[in-house]
Design a protein around this ligand. Structure first.
Ligand code: BTN
Length: 328
């Protein structure tokens, strides 16, 4: 057992009551400054611990654990059949890598990899994804859609639509989609989607749908550079924690609904939903494209290819594509 777990164990034994620094130091054979350090570490992991100079420390709340049994039970209640199996890890480099490995070994569509922490979470365009322990949702699902490769961007937009609807349902917060697939609350990013396709000739072999959601991160979890552009559900929810299990189950059931709709009716209904949830359409801005460096103008439409049509000041229209990773 690590010393932080020893400190936690002692706090749990005396839950609802205080345990003095002196008693802890005596029982655990540690100096009081060392105990203070472990308490700070537990706080960064989401434990709520009251400290009083006179009385010591008291454990008030524990972070919600990702309980796989509870997720499976809730999905069954919702008569959901999308998820074929859940692989849960306490800590991984990136759930994307693990899901790719499962897919290459033949894992069925619907295999879902969830982690409590990522040490090198990956974002789009070679960026990282902040993934502190116990605070966010880091998950990647294996999908095996029967669609040509050029339609892969539609799946990204479908994921963004589903995530936006699910997060609105759970939190009632004003969440919108910024093209292509960022979700924003009051202009700050709340989640990220990373769709990676492995191609098999011109058909998609498998897709890994990676979703990262900043659920219970606090202001201190974000670096100074990230604070103006990123936020969490908890910060936007008046500092009230949000259940990760609730968010995972709601996202999966909403995604399943729209994935079925997409398979039945194609992209048109998804595009209509994307347009209604978009905070990008008809708003002038500057857009990063794969072909040109940046395009300045007003987005006027979303095409079946997933491209955004941007009208420039001189009236010319440009189609811009987001960079999506094609592996293998
Ligand atoms: C983005 O840049 O907006 C996309 C971020 C995607 C992050 C998620 S977290 C789960 C999965 N594992 C990763 O390493 N990345 C994705």
């Amino acid at each position: 057992m690590t010393t932080t777990s020893n400190v936690l164990e002692l706090l749990e034994r005396t839950q609802n009551g205080f345990v003095s620094g002196e008693q802890m130091s005596h029982e655990l054979g540690m100096s009081r400054p060392a105990i203070w350090k472990h308490i700070q570490k537990l706080k960064t992991q989401g434990y709520v611990i009251e400290s009083s100079k006179r009385r010591g420390y008291r454990l008030l709340a524990k972070p919600e654990q990702i309980d796989v049994q509870a997720i499976v039970a809730r999905l069954m209640e919702q008569q959901s059949s999308l998820v074929s199996g859940i692989k849960y890890f306490e800590s991984v480099e990136s759930t994307q890598n693990i899901a790719h490995n499962y897919a290459r070994e033949g894992a069925p569509s619907g295999t879902l990899v969830i982690a409590n922490e990522q040490t090198t979470g990956r974002g789009r365009l070679g960026r990282g994804w902040l993934s502190p322990i116990g605070k966010g949702i880091y998950m990647s699902m294996v999908l095996r859609p029967q669609i040509p490769l050029q339609f892969a961007p539609q799946l990204t937009l479908l994921t963004a639509v589903s995530l936006c609807i699910a997060l609105r349902e759970v939190t009632h917060l004003p969440i919108g989609i910024k093209w292509p697939n960022d979700l924003l609350i009051h202009g700050r990013k709340i989640s990220g989607i990373l769709l990676e396709s492995a191609s098999d000739e011109d058909q998609i072999g498998h897709v890994i749908m990676g979703v990262g959601i900043s659920v219970n991160l606090t202001q201190e979890d974000f670096s100074e550079a990230l604070q103006p552009i990123a936020t969490s559900l908890r910060i936007e929810n008046k500092d009230e924690p949000v259940s990760r299990i609730e968010v995972i189950v709601t996202f999966i059931t909403v995604f399943e609904r729209y994935y079925e709709l997409y398979k039945r009716e194609g992209f048109a209904p998804i595009r209509a939903l994307w347009e209604s949830l978009s905070v990008t359409l008809f708003k002038e801005g500057s857009f990063a494209s794969m072909a040109a460096d940046r395009v300045q103008g007003t987005p006027i439409a979303l095409l079946d290819s997933g491209a955004l049509v941007v009208r420039q000041a001189d009236g010319t229209e440009l189609q811009i594509y987001s960079a999506s990773a094609i592996l293998e």
